[in-house]
Design a binder for this molecule. Structure first.
Ligand code: TMP
Length: 218
């Protein structure tokens, strides 16, 4: 399987903290105020996410909020179309990772195999996603769905997948599916997402530091 070097993906159930962790990682890469940017110290970080904020991603978000009524198999196709843009468009994942930036995405192919797999069965998401190259590193933020539910229950609006029964299936499916990515050549690490955000951020950083891109730049 084709591996995208310098590409990291954060995965996990809703409320597992991937977005917070991407923000904490971004701060780690910010140069200290007033300091000149020092080439050769750390690679450039490109934090990104799916669904994207492009036209297809916006339609998906509207579907997730329940504002646009979409069939689950239509959503599966939209996620794949959004990913195609994310990956291949000018300034996208492939271009940036290829020129030596550290690209970290909040969600990618595993989310589709997990979430759309629950709704549509395995076949369609596999078919729609099997041509996408896989990341060098996948970090799975593992969290008891009940704790995750406590964390997200005060959000102003919940999305269509944010209910407990579904999230229990999400966790099970991640656990059974991630070995597939490992067998295809991605490094997969499980992060204990129940810890305090700063402790989780240290675990994330330890995993990322093992990447060759950090050493060649460090
Ligand atoms: P977020 O909560 O991380 O912003 O992601 C939005 C939701 O979209 C989340 O419930 C997971 C879901 N999702 C899929 O169902 N399939 C996908 O391929 C992706 C990228 C996200």
């Amino acid at each position: 399987m084709n591996i995208i070097r310098n590409f990291v993906v954060f995965e996990g159930g809703d409320g597992s903290g991937t977005t917070t962790q991407l923000e904490l990682l971004r701060r780690r890469f910010d140069p200290p105020p007033g300091s000149p940017s020092l080439p050769g110290q750390k690679p450039l970080l490109y934090p990104t996410f799916e669904p994207t904020d492009g036209p297809v991603g916006r339609l998906i978000r509207s579907g997730l909020r329940g504002e646009t009524k979409l069939r689950f198999d239509t959503l599966a196709r939209l996620f794949a179309a959004d990913r195609n843009e994310h990956l291949h468009a000018a300034g996208g994942v492939l271009e940036r990772a290829g020129r030596g930036e550290l690209v970290v995405s909040d969600r990618y192919v595993p989310s589709s195999l997990v979430y759309q797999g629950i709704e549509c069965g395995d076949e369609l998401p596999l078919l729609l996603n099997n041509a996408f190259p896989i990341p060098e590193l996948i970090l799975f933020f593992d969290l008891d769905p009940e704790i995750a539910r406590q964390r997200i229950k005060n959000r102003p609006e919940l999305e269509i997948y944010e209910y407990l029964d579904f999230q229990i299936k999400v966790r099970d499916r991640y656990r059974s599916l991630l070995p597939l990515f490992r067998s295809q050549g991605s490094r997969v690490e499980t992060i204990d997402a129940s810890k305090a955000p700063e402790e989780v951020a240290e675990e994330v950083w330890r995993a990322i530091q093992k990447m060759p891109i950090i050493h060649t730049n460090g």
